[in-house]
Design a protein around this ligand. Structure first.
Ligand SMILES: [Zn+2]
Length: 80
């Protein structure tokens, strides 16, 4: 597949934790119907309505890592 240069909208990154490409964008704010549907399909991850200055931008479906734009990440434990 051809990859267009400068196509920043569909930027995919490899997970800095498990190195797979199962990384999706985190969407903040109140989700509408379309976003809920996308979240159900695993295309996006809903980050909730509470937004801080330092929120992760991506979520890894493989290892559940929350990834920042600078490639730092943390992994949320199940019981948190
Ligand atoms: Zn991962």
């Amino acid at each position: 597949m051809m990859k267009l240069k400068g196509d920043r909208m569909k930027k995919t990154i490899d997970c800095p934790s498990c190195r797979t490409g199962s990384v999706i964008s985190i969407i903040y704010g109140m989700p509408d119907y379309q976003l809920l549907e996308q979240a159900e399909k695993g295309e996006i991850h809903l980050g909730g309505c509470i937004v801080s200055d330092n929120d992760p931008h991506y979520y890894c479906k493989e290892c559940h890592a929350y990834i920042y734009q600078n490639n730092e990440f943390y992994i949320k434990k199940e019981n948190e």
